[in-house]
Ligand binder design. Structure first.
Ligand SMILES: [Zn+2]
Length: 608
C-alpha cells in the first residue's frame, strides 16, 4: 500500500510538474492550493432521496498565489462531473483515475487570474461522506434522512474542492429538499425558516473543508438557552433537550476561561443511531449520536467535547491529519476542564481515569509508530489516525505542562494561543515555535521531554496518572466479590454513578465463571441496562465468556447501534473464536444495511 501510493504520488508529481504544478504539504490532497486558493464556495444542490444523490453545482471563488499557473487541481471522490464553466465559457478538464484512499484529482484548464469557476456535478449513491437512511432506519420511521460526515477527507465525495485542512473557505448554499423535510448545515441555521423545501445558508467564518456539513430530515427545533438549542426528530426532541440542558452553561463557562465564542450560535443536531461517531464538531451545529441520551446526563462529556472544538480544532486547526493531536488533545483536555467546572472534581477525576484506562488499552495493541502524537500517514487512509493517542495521550501531555506552569498561568496561555492562531491551520512545529517563546523559555520547561511526548511512542516516565477516590471504593468492592468474601447482592452500589459502574465492569478479569456471570446479571440486571456504555462494557464480558443468556441482547444492540466505538470492540471479540465469528458474521450482515460506510469499513475485515 505504501509503495503503491508513493508510486502514484510520484506520477502525480510528475504530471503536475510537467504542467507547472508542485506537490503541497498535505499528502492527502491533490489540490494545488499553494498556487491557487479556493476562498469561498457557493453551493446549489438538490437532495434526491430516490436516487440517493445530490445534484447541482459548486461555484468556487479563486485567489491566485502563483502568476504562472493555468490549472486548478481539486479533490473529488466518486463524483460525476457534468460540465465546468467560467464567465459563460466551457472549460476543459481531466478527471484522473481514482486512488483508493484519496479519490480522483480533477484538473481544470483555467486562465490565471480567473476569479470564479462553476462545476456542475452529482454525487454517487455510495458517496463516502453521505449516509442516506430509509424511513425504517430513522427513529420516527416516516421520512428518509440524510446526513454528511466529512472528516477526515470525505467532503470531496459530495463537493469538488481543495480537501485539505490547510485551506479555509467561507460558504453559502441553497438546498432544495422534499417539501416536508428540513435542511440544516454547519452554518447560520434559521429555526423559524418556513418548511417549504428551499433553504438558504451562509457560513461567514472561513472553515476547513472537513467542517462543511449537511443533514436533511423531519427535524424540529427547541431552544436550550439564549445561544443554544437542539434539532432532532420529533420524538427525540424533549429527551435530548433535557439531557443536554447544561449546554448553555458549558458555553458560558468555556467563554469565560478561553475567550469569546466566535461562531454566534451553538446548536446540537441529534442524528439517528447509525451515526458512526459520538459527535462531530461541525461549527454552529454539532452532530450528536443519540446513544448518549441516558436519562441522567452521565454521558454528556461528549457535548463538552464537541463544544470545546469551537476553540481547539474549529478556530485553531491542524494543517494536516498528521497533526490531529492539536485538535483532539487540546479538546480532550478542555473537555475535562469544562466537566470539572459544571459537575465537580470527583467526576473530573473519574472521567480522566477512564480516559487513561482507554489510552492504556490502545497502547497495548497499537504499533509503536502509531503511538506518536505526530503519526506519519503518508500512503495511509487518514481515518487511521483516530485512536486514543491524539485524544488521551495529547490531553495527558497538556496536563503535564499545566501542572508544570500552574493552572492560572496555563489558562492565560491557552486564551492567548487560541486568539493568536484564530481561524488558522497550524502544524506541530508551528505550535512548538510558539510555546518556545510563551511557555518553554519563561517557565524553564524541558524541551527534550516535550519532544519525547510528541515524537516518540508510548508515554514518558513519571507522566501524570489520574487518580479517583470514587474508583478506589469500586476497586475494593470488586476485590471482595472476586475473593468470594461477599455476594454481588451485598455490594454497596446504591450510590454508584455510571462511571463507577464502567470502572467496575471494565476492570473485571477477562475470564469469569458461568456462576459469577449469572450472579452479576441477576443482581444488577446488566443485560437489560438501558445505558449504552454500561451495556457495552457488560456485552464485552458476555462475548469473552460466551455467556449465552445475553446473546439475544447482544444481537439487538449490534443491530440498533451504528456508533463504531460501541460496536467494534464487540465484533473484534466475537471474531476471536470460530463460534463467535459465525454469530458475528450473521449479525453483521443483518446490521450492515443500517450502518454508515465508515462503520462497515471498520468492521468488515473481522469476517472476511
Ligand atoms: Zn474531537
Amino acid at each position: 500500500m505504501i509503495n503503491t501510493f508513493k508510486l502514484f504520488a510520484a506520477t502525480i508529481l510528475l504530471v503536475c510538474s510537467l504542467s507547472g504544478f508542485a506537490q503541497t504539504s498535505d499528502p492527502h490532497s491533490f489540490a494545488n492550493f499553494d498556487q491557487v486558493n479556493v476562498s469561498h464556495i457557493d453551493l446549489n444542490l438538490n437532495v434526491d432521496f430516490n436516487k440517493k444523490q445530490l445534484t447541482g453545482s459548486a461555484t468556487l471563488s479563486l485567489k491566485w498565489l502563483d502568476k504562472t499557473t493555468n490549472s486548478l487541481v481539486l479533490d473529488t471522490r466518486d463524483l460525476t462531473i457534468k460540465s465546468i464553466n467560467s464567465g459563460g465559457k466551457t472549460l476543459a478538464y481531466k478527471l484522473h483515475k481514482a486512488d483508493p484512499n484519496l479519490g480522483s484529482a480533477l484538473v481544470i484548464d483555467i486562465a490565471n487570474g480567473t476569479d470564479k469557476v462553476t462545476i456542475a456535478y452529482s454525487t454517487s449513491p455510495n458517496a463516502s461522506g453521505l449516509q442516506w437512511l430509509s424511513p425504517e432506519q430513522t427513529t420516527e420511521k416516516k421520512h428518509p434522512f440524510l446526513f454528511s460526515q466529512a472528516q477526515a477527507i470525505h467532503a470531496r465525495s459530495f463537493i469538488p474542492l481543495q480537501d485539505s485542512p490547510t485551506v479555509r473557505v467561507t460558504y453559502a448554499a441553497t438546498i432544495t429538499t422534499p417539501k416536508e423535510l428540513v435542511a440544516v448545515m454547519s452554518a447560520n441555521n434559521d429555526a423559524s425558516a418556513p418548511r417549504n423545501g428551499i433553504y438558504h445558508f451562509k457560513m461567514p467564518q472561513a472553515i476547513p473543508s472537513y467542517l462543511i456539513a449537511i443533514a436533511v430530515g423531519d427535524l424540529q427545533f427547541q431552544a436550550i438557552g439564549k445561544d443554544t438549542g437542539v434539532y432532532a426528530e420529533p420524538s427525540v426532541l424533549a429527551s435530548a433537550v433535557n439531557e443536554f440542558s447544561d449546554t448553555q452553561a458549558m458555553l458560558d463557562i468555556t467563554e469565560k476561561m478561553y475567550g469569546a465564542y466566535p461562531w454566534e450560535r451553538y446548536d446540537l443536531l441529534i442524528l439517528p443511531s447509525s451515526f458512526p461517531f459520538g459527535g462531530m464538531e461541525n461549527p454552529r451545529l454539532s452532530f450528536i449520536t443519540p446513544t448518549v441520551i441516558a436519562g441522567d446526563k452521565s454521558l454528556v462529556s461528549l457535548i463538552a467535547h464537541e463544544l470545546a472544538h469551537s476553540w481547539s480544532g474549529n478556530t485553531v486547526t491542524n494543517s494536516s491529519w498528521r497533526d490531529l493531536w492539536l485538535n483532539e488533545g487540546f479538546t480532550t483536555y478542555l473537555t475535562y476542564r469544562i466537566m470539572e467546572v459544571i459537575y465537580g472534581t470527583s467526576r473530573f477525576d473519574m472521567e480522566a481515569l477512564l480516559g487513561y484506562q482507554d489510552l492504556q488499552a490502545d497502547l497495548a495493541v497499537l504499533k509503536k509508530d502509531d503511538q506518536r502524537l505526530t503519526i506519519d500517514l503518508t500512503g495511509r487512509d487518514p481515518d487511521d489516525v483516530f485512536s486514543n493517542i491524539p485524544y488521551e495521550k495529547g490531553a495527558l501531555f497538556i496536563r503535564e505542562i499545566e501542572q508544570q506552569v500552574g493552572r492560572a498561568n496555563f489558562d492565560e496561555f491557552l486564551m492567548a494561543y487560541f486568539e493568536h492562531f484564530k481561524f488558522q491551520s497550524i502544524d506541530t512545529e508551528t505550535f512548538l515555535a510558539y510555546i518556545q517563546k510563551h511557555l518553554i523559555t519563561p517557565y524553564h520547561l524541558d524541551l527534550d521531554r516535550i519532544k519525547q511526548w510528541i515524537y516518540t511512542p508510548g508515554l514518558p516516565k513519571n507522566h501524570p496518572i489520574p487518580k479517583s477516590d470514587a474508583f478506589t471504593i469500586v476497586d475494593q468492592n470488586r476485590m471482595s466479590w472476586l475473593n468470594g468474601n461477599v455476594k454481588a447482592t451485598q455490594l454497596d452500589v446504591k450510590e454508584w454513578t455510571v462511571h463507577q459502574w464502567l470502572h467496575f465492569l471494565n476492570n473485571l478479569p477477562d475470564q469469569l465463571s458461568a456462576a459469577q456471570l449469572v450472579e452479576l446479571d441477576s443482581a444488577f440486571k446488566l443485560t437489560q441496562s438501558t445505558n449504552n456504555e454500561i451495556a457495552h462494557s457488560w456485552l464485552v464480558l458476555v462475548v469473552k465468556n460466551d455467556y449465552q443468556p445475553a446473546f439475544e441482547r447482544l444481537e439487538t444492540y449490534l443491530i440498533s447501534i451504528g456508533r463504531n466505538k460501541l460496536v467494534k470492540p464487540l465484533y473484534r471479540e466475537l471474531a476471536k473464536t470460530s463460534k463467535g465469528k459465525k454469530f458475528g458474521k450473521r449479525v453483521f450482515n443483518i446490521a450492515k444495511p443500517g450502518y454508515h460506510p465508515l462503520t462497515v469499513k471498520a468492521n468488515e475485515g473481522f469476517f472476511n
